[in-house]
Design a protein around this ligand. Sequence first.
Ligand code: ADP
Ligand code: MG
Length: 677
Amino acid sequence: MKLQADIQFVKGVGPARAEAFKKLSVPSAGALLRYYPRAYEDWRKIVPIREMPVGENVCIKAIVAYAPQEIRTGRGMSLYKTSVADDSGVLNLTFFNNKYVKHMLKEGETYLFFGKMTVGRYGEREMASPLFQKPQSADKIRPIYPSSAALSTKIIEKTVRAVFEELEAPIADFLPESIRKTYGLCSLDWAIHKIHFPETDAELEEAKKRLIFDELFLLHLGLLLLKKQKKQGRTDYVLQKPSVEAFYKTLPFTPTNAQKRAVNEALSDMQSGEAMNRLLQGDVGSGKTLVAAALVYAAYQNGFQSAVMAPTEVLAEQHFRSFQSFLAPLGVPIVLLTGSMTAKQKREAQAILESADGALAVGTHALISEAVNYKNLGLVITDEQHRFGVNQRAALSEKGENPHTLVMSATPIPRTLGLLLYGDLNVSILDELPPGRQEIETYAVPLSYHNRIYKFLLKHVARGLQGYIVCPLVEESESRLIPAEQYYEILKNGPLSSCRLGLLHGKMKPKDKDRVMRDFKDGKIDILVSTVVIEVGVDVPNAAVMVIENAERFGLSQLHQLRGRVGRGKEKSTCILVSDAQNEEAKTRLQTMCETSDGFKIADADLKLRGPGDFFGDRQHGLPPLRIADLLRDTRLLETVQTAAAALLSEDPSLDAPEHKALKKQILKMFESANVL
Ligand code: ADP
Ligand code: MG
């Protein structure tokens, strides 16, 4: 049998089981070998009954006292109970709806049992539905597979054994011998055997190490190759006049040292002759927009156009206004380009981009639509970049001929993950907030605090300050929660009737949203009731209170971004997280918010709570799924892999050498499903 063979032709698998296997994404013999156990049963260490710890999986060896007795409960359910004993004690067993145990467990015979012990009301030891088998076939580590209703872990195990028996040849190794030697890795064939059927813990560790290494190595190499494909290389957009002094002079404040450093780092890239490829990382409120505007100004002075792409219309519009206030006084032509603009508006914007030297386009992914042509796009900036897929970012760059690129991210990313995501990007970090910012006091309170919250808000309004009330997006089916629209009506006619209330939600027309945001900014609205559209919305220094309703519905990064909307002025600001959530994860999230305002700490906590998949923004990131490696747990190995990949590519940059052919094929296969290579 070959690895490619249809799963149906493996011994013991007919059409019906083949279907069930295909539902688990296992269409072939080879895919089954890559269907790794999710855990293992350890049948080797036998624990005396008296010494069994509570609640842990253990194995005992005991004699059955009597054949299991059936006890009928209501609704056609049956329990089967028996007792087993060893030299040290007695254990009661219960099986549910399993009439076979009656025949399988024989009085007076010895079996191995595997399961978790609990203690009954009278102190008796109990175990529910343990696994069991005769001693001679046991004393080893057995795999536990992710199973389905149609395929038990036992059936899957049997099928894996059948594949190994029928396989014609050892599994070919795609890793060059030299790499295996350098990093002390076992062969692929051995690893795949042992990941299913290890005989010792050490073997399992060896096998895992190899398979995790493979996954990370392929992932990292793939990403590096991808980057090289889009290699920046030489550019025509070399800055001759990189002065931003005139820009700094028009600012109402002095740039922070961190901002100046970031601007200088980017300017020196842009003068080098190579296209810039830089990541600008800075917490919410650190002033990334100013850095971007300085670079746009430098490009403009040299006659080069720029484009700034944001993930949402609201953010695009906000940026448009910020860039306008920074750059319009200096004469930079600026256009907005979003999907919801009229055809006429779009045509006008496009006409400017086709003709005006040094123009700046701010927009959503409408910036990369086919109809848009740039005269000389020299600088491309994407904001909140983790929300864009690799492809979208590349598409914007392709609108110019090797333009400089800057990606801005408010999400601090741990170094190893940053390397994965951004590979060889240069990084500038804004590690300094503009002066005068105060810590935002944050509280988590139950829903019963609402009256106090309204009073608190009104007190601020009386002092001439403003506030936000953010509601989560509500599906129609969730009758338990009140949508922002309805909540607004309740507040307007009730507790907040004495102040000027505004409403902002996602279904409003951009024009209406714009008007509401402008009114809020101009101080014509005291309190803005809103869905998350303001996450990336207006910058209003006079807003000093942020109330987040049903705060448990928001992720940590999102809460952090929302909180960053206040604390921008001179007044002390407060963030109130309203939630009755009882679940531990949600409570941890809210607790974290109360304890820290450090974006890096919050990102770390977020990563721990949600895992890296979510962190990168679902599948949008374009990373292929990982089966066995864990980007959080395996950071050590990730570092090793990054060294190995760099060494390999410096030797054979495109992996075209014959000894790397198999490896390259494997990379392409891994990225095939992710559709990025
Ligand atoms: P973010 O990094 O979150 O994008 P912004 O660029 O929106 O931050 O800046 C946040 C606020 O700080 C804006 O109101 C901006 O005008 C202001 N700001 C930026 N730089 C400075 C500075 N050096 N001094 C004072 N205020 C600044
Ligand atoms: Mg920003």
